[in-house]
Design a protein around this ligand. Structure first.
Ligand code: 13P
Ligand code: ZN
Length: 273
């Protein structure tokens, strides 16, 4: 019998976004992972207030105290995105960060002894960083979009240069990600080190590109985090499309500033001349 939480709107929206990400070709096999802080309402209404703990899973790190008691819907390690919407209780789990910050209390899913993503370091550290900046932040979304991965192999791994080049690709880019994109050089994934480096970049940027791997997006809702990534991915696609040609029409720094002014936004300080 299906668990009641599978009826919750937050849960259904989560599965829908994962299905969409797979359909876009961003999440081959088990590529990507998404974590979503559930609302009190969902926990009370569909998880019986989180009273029933299925099992405890140790964390490979100690979580930041700001994460204590947070209830997180998260993909499981090695789970194929293609299967997530059809077999959610096998592919995703809902867990609470225990008071000791060293383990999680499983409330739903991760059937057959499944476990949270191997990128748990980056997810928990990025949540903590973003929550300190914006208490409304609820989503950390990691995915492998084709054009951004291609771009990371031909572009400098410089936050300012990459951000401004993508702002120039489409008028609305600066409106969607005025705080720009942080870029990490290639690093081994699934480690404390890459988690820390990503969270550090997230102090200033809601998008962090992992060279030759993928991207992280953060936001107060699934739509926001997904929207950031899809806009950056589209800008990367345009960049690659125009790359072979001599450009005759270019958005200048002044043009980008004018768009930001119209939408009452401040582009990342110092990025435009
Ligand atoms: P997981 O299957 O452990 O979530 O890893 C996928 C991934 O994208 C690693 O960066
Ligand atoms: Zn990945």
């Amino acid at each position: 019998m299906a668990h009641p939480v599978e009826e919750a709107r937050e849960f259904r929206d989560y599965l829908a976004i994962i299905g969409r990400m797979y359909d876009l070709g961003w999440d081959e096999r088990n590529g990507g992972n998404v974590s979503y802080l559930l609302s009190e309402e969902t926990i009370e209404k569909y998880l019986d207030g989180g009273k029933k703990i299925i099992r405890r899973i140790p964390l490979p790190m100690e979580a930041d105290p700001i994460m204590k008691g947070r209830v997180i819907l998260c993909t499981g390690t090695g789970k194929f995105f293609r299967n997530v919407p059809r077999y959610p209780s096998e592919c995703v789990g809902i867990f609470r960060i225990a008071d000791n910050l060293k383990e999680v209390e499983l409330l739903y899913g991760f059937d057959n002894n499944a476990c949270f993503t191997s990128e748990i370091y980056a997810h928990l550290m990025c949540h903590a960083t973003r929550l300190k900046k914006d208490p409304e932040n609820r989503v950390i979304l990691h995915t492998h979009p084709t054009n951004l991965i291609a771009l990371s192999q031909i572009h400098s791994a410089d936050d300012r240069e990459l951000t401004v080049d993508l702002w120039r690709m489409m008028t609305e880019c600066v409106v969607v990600f005025p705080d720009g994109i942080g870029v990490l050089p290639w690093m081994v994934c699934g480690t404390d080190e890459i988690g820390r480096a990503t969270a550090k970049k997230m102090e200033e940027h809601r998008l962090v590109l992992w060279s030759i791997h993928g991207i992280y997006g953060a936001g107060p809702s699934l739509d926001d985090a997904f929207g950031l990534v899809e806009t950056a991915e589209k800008a990367a696609e345009i960049y690659l499309k125009v790359l072979p040609y001599k450009l005759k029409n270019i958005m200048t720094d002044e043009d980008i500033k004018a768009v930001a002014k119209r939408f009452d936004l401040t582009p990342f300080p110092g990025y435009l001349s």
